[in-house]
Design a protein around this ligand. Structure first.
Ligand code: CTP
Ligand code: MG
Length: 384
């Protein structure tokens, strides 16, 4: 198996990005930029033998919290990018991998396709780089004066990772004068006359450079969702007994509710509302009354199941609003206990759970106290 190492250069100052701490350690979507990038690099099919992070002396604390729990080698970098790259390559002397990929810490959107294509290109070339064409017109300028056109067709933008055969690039670097400094690492290969393959770059693989790039990166890391709304309705009939289950709590009463399970109309309405938001049938499809498993079942099992279906879809239950329609029992004294129980079952905070009640002014079956109804509306965030 081809042995591959990855060097993440992160020893820069991040001057153009501004901010309180250097850009590679800033949090984006809850994680340090550098950590996002390391995780993205791990998408390489041929698992990396080793990941080396080149950091700037003085950033030790920022670095150690950014890489907590990850298996990486760390090595201090230098004043120029080339010095930092050299430090990274030196750290691999004992390992001596077949290939090495050198990547900017500030490019968290590198993907498996770029990584794998670069490695494939190294079978026929000494080095490989992701390159992109330019869409805008390109012109030379003289101070503020617009001059002649540059031939855009002959220009490409170079991204990272840039990939090399380790022994070749190491030998070239060793032969360079100490003060040598190149814009990027492919320039070193080109300067030494190596054959360099261009593979397709990716616009998404941009380098976080300016202050506004953080918001852009955050948006790109936040998966697109839409809000699904579901409604549910359930009715159970009163019968003789000594209490009813409603929204997951037992309310003592000289009657009960008739049903196959515990007849908790509140939980059933909420459960059905969730199935509605998922367009996933109804409670009877998932828990058929013909199935004796659910006889006298506590209905929190149904609601937990529905919440679990949301999670399995990559979604999130966001809000519950349930209305209990009955002349008896009085709901208000139990409302907060119900909300607390719903919070325990669903994991939602209390601020996202509403329990309301109304009578029907003695009208209809609830007015005649023949039964109790519940209706629920839920909102669920689902991936696009
Ligand atoms: N880099 C490095 N060592 C240096 C300079 C840069 O390891 N002496 C790294 C940076 O940390 C970055 C990558 O090279 O991950 C690309 O450089 P750039 O985007 O220019 O980052 P900075 O130099 O940190 O930013 P700026 O130029 O805005 O100061
Ligand atoms: Mg720089």
């Amino acid at each position: 198996m081809t042995q591959i190492a990855q060097i993440l250069v992160a020893a820069g100052k991040g001057a153009r990005a501004g901010g309180e701490i250097p850009k590679q350690y800033r949090q984006i979507a809850g994680k340090a930029l550098l950590r996002h990038t390391l995780e993205a690099l791990s998408a390489l099919e041929n698992k990396p033998l080793k990941q080396v992070v080149v950091y700037a002396p003085g950033h030790e604390d920022l670095l150690s919290s950014a890489i907590k729990g990850l298996e990486v080698t760390v090595v201090p970098g230098g004043a120029t990018r080339t010095a930092s790259v050299k430090a990274g390559l030196n750290a691999l002397r004992d390992t001596s991998p077949d290939y090495v990929m050198i990547h900017d810490a500030a490019r968290p959107f590198v993907n498996a396709e770029i990584l794998n294509t670069l490695i494939t290109a190294l079978a026929s070339h000494s080095a490989a780089v992701p390159a992109l064409p330019l869409a805008d017109a390109i012109k030379y300028i003289d101070n503020d004066t617009v001059g002649r056109d540059a031939n855009r067709d002959r220009l490409r933008r170079m991204q990272t990772p840039q990939a090399f055969r380790y022994a070749e690039i190491m030998a070239i670097i060793d032969a360079l004068p100490a003060e040598a400094s190149f814009t990027d690492d492919i320039a070193i290969a080109v300067n030494a006359g190596l054959s360099v393959a261009m593979v397709p770059g990716d616009e998404r693989n941009f380098k976080v450079t300016y202050p506004s790039d953080f918001a852009k990166a955050e948006r790109m890391m936040t998966p697109a969702t839409y809000t699904a709304i579901g409604s549910g309705y359930d009715v159970h009939r009163y019968t003789d007994g000594d209490g009813i289950w409603l929204c997951g709590i037992l309310i003592p009463a000289p009657y009960t509710l008739l049903g196959h399970s515990d007849a908790d109309a509140g939980l059933h309405a909420i459960t059905d509302a969730i199935f509605g938001a998922l367009a996933d049938g109804d409670i009877g499809d998932h828990f058929p009354p013909s199935d004796d498993t659910w006889k006298d079942a506590a209905s929190d099992v149904f609601l937990k199941f529905a919440v679990d279906r949301v999670t399995k879809r990559g979604g999130q239950l966001q809000h519950i609003d349930v209305t209990l329609i009955c002349e008896k029992p009085k709901i208000k004294p139990h409302r907060n206990a119900m909300r607390t129980r719903l919070s325990e079952i669903t994991g939602l905070p209390l601020s996202r759970i509403s329990v309301k009640a109304t009578t029907t002014e003695k009208l209809g079956f609830t007015g005649r106290e023949e039964g109790l109804a519940a209706q629920a509306v839920v909102t669920v965030a689902l991936p696009e």
